[in-house]
Design a protein around this ligand. Structure first.
Ligand SMILES: [Ca+2]
Length: 415
């Protein structure tokens, strides 16, 4: 159930996301609990659960540094890289049809021509044209698919993709991109295919996404998630048990795919040549039409739903947990220390629910004949069988007598 005004993320799940190109449906951990009906009563069974993966880039907020990096404050005419005499790309921030604000990186694509953010041109040459694009969720997210950034004016010749796990206080590089890795970053050229399970956390510099004067053919810069997952789950991610098992037991691996913010540091635009044409600097700029990121809210396996409320993403916590990531026990449920749920054992995992304060190991023992379970339920009480009562289910209600549990007098009489 969702309160009105809340936007259930799962409701936004589109047909697109169920296509085979996305995360396999096996092992989705989509249920947090199920009610078990017994002959004599009912109780809850708890399982590890997580929200469905989806297009999470739609929830991003974007910030540019320097803030005046967008074209058009002073109307400007831009030329193309292939033909410096073809100058028909006018940018004017005050005319909606000619403006290219940062939001156009994240709007719904499918329009022709594409909408895109565009930077100022490289008029400051030979000073580098530097723009930092910070993309923030305000919430911890787990990546499930490749990050794909689409450039409309040639891919940058130098760029760094960075991530933050603490809302932008600290940053770590994800990947370096350069036409010449050694020259730009002093790094050897590598690709994701050079990685092994042992080196999966290595930060590499790739040249595959920076070359390409033929920019109309290849416009995307990728950060490969699936190929990293495939090191554990196999090429088609058929062995998800192996991947989930690794994620469960290796915190560094789990953290690698987890983030609150992403930063694209643009260091040098496409030039399409070895030297910069100083007589026509208006053909050098950055333009991004789309940033596509699939992932899910990180809820520590304690929620299967994530909602957007007043512009803020938050897990709908189960298992007596609370907080935006279900990262702590609810008030009154500190019977044992908080723990994240676990993917193991496959396929239902372990819920590791928070227990009520009143639960002590002594109190939590229930009578083996009177109770459905030998341990307390999530509310700290024993689930008593029919006709049974008392904190430990060792007392009979009126009309019942005790014989290895409470039995109904009238049933016995009929017999
Ligand atoms: Ca767009």
């Amino acid at each position: 159930m969702h309160l009105s005004g809340l936007l259930p993320l799962q409701a936004l799940w589109t047909a697109l996301s169920v296509s085979t190109q996305h995360f396999p449906s096996w092992g989705h951990y989509d249920l947090c609990k199920t009610q078990i009906h017994w002959d004599q009563g009912r109780s809850w069974d708890y399982m590890a659960c997580q929200p469905e993966a989806e297009l999470v880039s739609r929830f991003l907020r974007v910030r540019l540094d320097p803030p005046n990096s967008t074209c058009g404050e002073t109307p400007e005419m831009y030329c193309t890289l292939e033909n410096p005499y073809m100058c028909n790309n006018e940018c004017d921030a005050r005319t909606p049809e000619l403006a290219h604000p940062p939001e156009l990186m994240l709007d719904h694509e499918g329009r022709i021509p594409n909408t895109f953010w565009q930077s100022v041109s490289w008029r400051s040459f030979p000073e580098p044209l530097l723009v930092n694009i910070t993309l923030s969720w305000g919430k911890t997210i787990e990546l499930t698919e490749d990050i794909v950034i689409t450039f409309e004016s040639g891919r940058p010749e130098q760029m760094v993709l960075e991530k933050s796990l603490d809302h932008g206080r600290t940053w770590q590089p994800y990947q370096f991109y350069a036409a010449d890795c050694l020259n730009s970053f002093g790094m050897e050229r590598r690709t994701v295919r050079d990685l092994s399970p042992a080196s999966v956390l290595d930060i590499i510099c790739t040249e595959e996404d920076s070359r390409g004067y033929v920019w109309k053919v290849d416009k995307t810069v990728r950060f490969e998630i699936r190929e990293r997952f495939a090191l554990f789950g196999g090429p088609l991610l058929r062995n998800m048990a192996s991947l989930y098992g690794q994620l469960d037991t290796t915190k560094d691996l789990r953290d690698f795919f987890t983030l609150t913010d992403l930063r694209v540091r643009l260091l040098r635009p496409a030039t399409g040549a070895t030297s910069v044409d100083q007589l026509n600097l208006s053909k050098y700029f950055y333009a991004i039409s789309n940033v596509e990121i699939h992932g899910r809210c990180k809820c520590n396996l304690h929620a299967n739903n994530c909602v957007l409320e007043k512009g803020k993403l938050s897990c709908e916590c189960e298992h007596n947990t609370t907080g935006p990531d279900c990262g702590r026990c609810k008030k009154g449920f500190q019977g044992r220390p908080w723990r994240a749920g676990s993917y193991l054992p496959i396929p239902k995992g372990t819920a590791n629910i928070c227990l009520p304060n009143t639960v002590t190991s002594d109190h939590c023992q229930c009578h083996p004949y009177g109770s459905l379970h030998d341990r307390c339920n999530e509310t700290g009480y024993c689930d008593c069988k029919e006709g049974t009562a008392g904190p430990k289910c060792d007392k009979c209600l009126p009309g019942y007598y005790w014989h290895r549990g409470c039995r109904d007098f009238s049933v016995t009489a009929t017999c």
